[in-house]
Design a protein around this ligand. Structure first.
Ligand code: SAH
Length: 366
């Protein structure tokens, strides 16, 4: 049994069942046993592979998008580039490498990294050290640590899916909160239901309210709160945000909580804390929130369309020209993984929004 599982069983025996959001939070962020707190989970030898770990082309396209936006802002002499959940720092290293030739971009850039894991912070510091940024790197525990003096470009790849969701379940004709409890033999974690602490009639959309028993609706107070705080930052300082993740462009019902170990799905209660756990992002809810906050929503587009509009096909072609046959095949394979509809091209979405100007990120025409 994983160390976190025995700790959760004890905790629930003493204090009663916990909501799904708290369970997710403990799995990912528990100071000693949380998944991200103690290890490097990425890459072929890890549990899962993210877009920047598949190919440098991903970070190059994102770098292009950000540098283009900065130039169209009038190339401000100082701006904050805030990456949320930078993982190994691969995406940022690719962004910095591909923007080295953009005159004044690095000199203006105040790099901020929002990261909770000490292990990953060390890897991120090492990944960006070679660029010798004039303003260095600031690690942030939260958005309140972001320098308040300059416009901000905010970025996050596979960050929003790690923010906890809570779940309602229709049970006996009414919506209850889905909770995590302990089995009768005290050896396992099990799902149960409890009276909801939050009012389901306010949170659950009308179209979902009348579904039958057994249906689940997810909502993420943590993700909405984070989004609101990003909006407040942009309203106060100007700038724009770009978040990329898997999920649906419109709201939906259903349980998307899933665990991954060694690149394979496993049941969520098997190894809590020792495998990745995440959810699909409800981009529909985010888009509604962003507009309600008065920001300019650039759109929610598919990753494949976004990368193609930024020119990933031409970049792959350019890389292939100087590559061996074997390398050329690898480039082709990773291009397909990033943009094809049966791989990451459609399941992954990109949301962009900004404040304070009529400039929009490139990549949102579709
Ligand atoms: N962007 C990277 C890593 C994605 S994994 C990539 O694409 O490869 C999620 C990242 O977010 C990890 O770095 C994890 O430690 C971080 N993270 C998750 N929840 C967080 C939180 N609440 N606060 C700060 N960082 C968090």
């Amino acid at each position: 049994m994983s160390a976190l599982k025995s700790s959760l069983i004890r905790q629930i025996q003493q204090g009663g069942p916990i909501d799904v959001g708290r369970f997710m939070q403990e799995c990912l962020a528990h100071p000693q046993h949380g998944y991200y707190m103690t290890r490097d989970p990425f890459g072929a030898a890890g549990d899962f592979t993210t877009s920047p770990e598949i190919s440098q082309m991903f970070g190059e396209m994102v770098g292009l998008c950000l540098a283009d936006y900065w130039m169209r802002m009038g190339s401000p002499a100082d701006f904050v580039l805030l990456e949320c959940g930078p993982g190994r720092g691969t995406l940022m290293a690719d962004i910095l490498r591909s923007t080295r030739a953009v005159a004044g971009f690095h000199a203006a850039l105040h790099l901020h990294l929002l990261e909770m894991s000490p292990v990953l912070r060390d890897m991120q510091a090492a990944a960006v050290a070679a660029f010798e940024l004039p303003h260095g790197v600031v690690f942030c525990d939260g958005l309140e640590d972001v320098c308040a003096d300059y416009p901000v470009l905010v970025l996050g790849n596979e960050f929003l899916d790690a923010l906890p969701v809570r779940q309602f379940e229709k049970h006996g004709g009414s919506w209850k909160e889905r909770v995590v409890g302990v089995s009768a033999d005290a050896c396992d974690l099990v799902y149960g239901v409890a009276q909801p602490a939050l009012d389901p009639s306010v949170i659950i959309p009308k179209a979902v309210q009348d579904l039958e028993d057994g249906n689940i609706y997810e909502f993420s107070p943590a993700r909405l709160d984070f989004t609101r705080r990003v909006c407040a930052l942009l309203k106060a300082q100007g700038g724009a945000a770009l978040f990329i993740d898997y999920g649906e462009a419109g709201s939906r019902e259903g349980n998307s909580l899933h665990a991954i170990a060694d690149h394979e799905p496993i049941p969520v209660f098997v190894r809590p804390g020792a495998c990745d756990i995440s959810v699909n992002v409800d981009f529909g809810a985010l888009a509604v929130e962003v507009e309600a906050e008065g920001l300019d929503l650039f759109g929610v587009v598919e990753q494949g369309a976004f990368l193609r509009e930024l020119g990933i096909d031409a970049r792959a072609e350019g890389l292939r020209e100087n590559a061996s046959v074997k390398q050329g095949e690898e480039i082709e394979k990773s291009l397909h993984r990033l943009i094809n509809s049966d791989q990451m091209g459609v399941l992954f979405k990109v949301i962009g929004f900004g404040y304070g100007s009529d400039i929009r990120f490139a990549g949102f025409s579709s």
